[in-house]
Write a protein that binds this ligand. Structure first.
Ligand code: ZN
Length: 281
């Protein structure tokens, strides 16, 4: 498994550590809507490449597509105009794969943790892939005015295969602290975990590698401080669900203390990652 840093985004101070109460929260929003300035910090926008021994290459999330590296360019939509993208030419997941001699068309499977614009921007770069998404997420992302919740439908309104997972009716099982999980290949190597709250149908991904387990938490806990309960994010679709998902991730951490947990947008945690981790299986 290889973590890929596809870009960084400038975020306003307190974005992932919001002040308590409505007024404090409003203050962060006002700062965010004024646009990026030197006070803002940077957070990683990741994708993950998994080399699976039997299923081949798969991706978790897509990160930003290459046009986002151009000033004023990109496909992040209306809400994206408020953000500042820090991205070098050649940094997108597809370009990084091409550099490694891998044709992006050979990626046959992409697991989407959710469809927010910083995760789905580069769906268009993997035209041969089947995309796996929670049905609740798909419905929320395709609802009217979903751009107000961070979605940009043209990013995923593509002629590709979408496979919806339904944690209410598929063969769902509980696993290591998580109440609703799906074993993607039936061999325990890649497990999808229902972790809604940040968005309607958010899912995290648990990989069993040869040396241990690795949990791609994604935005169920954007930072370690949020995972530890020391902070709360500015944005969540459903706070009750987000708290429930955080409790499940903490239960997993307690049951599996040697696992590596990767939060969604934590630059500190990102800087500690290795370029490659074991082999799936
Ligand atoms: Zn995100």
């Amino acid at each position: 498994m290889r973590p890929l840093l596809t870009a960084e985004l400038a975020v306003p101070p307190k974005f992932y550590d919001r002040p308590k109460g409505r007024i404090g929260r409003l203050g962060v929003w006002i700062k965010a809507l004024r646009g990026a300035n030197e006070e803002w910090g940077h957070c990683p926008v990741p994708a993950f490449l998994v080399e699976h021994p039997t299923a081949g290459l798969l991706l978790i999330d897509t990160g930003l597509t290459r046009s986002c590296a151009q000033p004023g360019g990109g496909n992040l939509g209306r809400i994206g105009k408020y953000g500042k993208v820090i991205m070098n030419p050649g940094q997108s997941a597809a370009e990084r794969l091409t550099d490694r001699g891998i044709d992006p068309k050979t990626i046959k499977l992409v697991v989407m943790t959710h469809l927010h614009n910083d995760h789905a921007s580069a769906c268009c770069d993997f035209p041969e892939a089947t995309f796996i998404c929670d049905r609740d997420e798909w419905n929320a992302a395709n609802a009217k005015r979903s751009w107000m919740k961070g979605y940009e439908p043209p990013q995923f309104d593509l002629a590709v295969d979408w496979k919806m997972v339904d944690y209410d009716s598929d063969p769902v099982e509980s696993f290591a602290g998580f109440s609703r999980t799906l074993d993607l290949f039936g061999d325990g190597s890649v497990r999808l975990l229902s972790t809604p709250g940040h968005s309607a149908g958010h899912q995290s991904v648990l990989l069993k590698l040869d040396h241990g387990e690795l949990l791609v938490i994604a935005d169920a806990a954007p930072t370690e401080a949020i995972l530890d309960g020391d902070a709360y994010p500015l944005i969540s679709d459903d706070e009750y669900q987000m708290d429930k998902s955080l409790r499940e991730i903490r239960a997993y951490r307690q049951l599996t203390p040697n696992a590596l947990l990767i939060p969604g947008h934590d630059s500190e945690a990102w800087s500690r990652l290795d370029p490659v981790y074991g082999a799936a299986g």
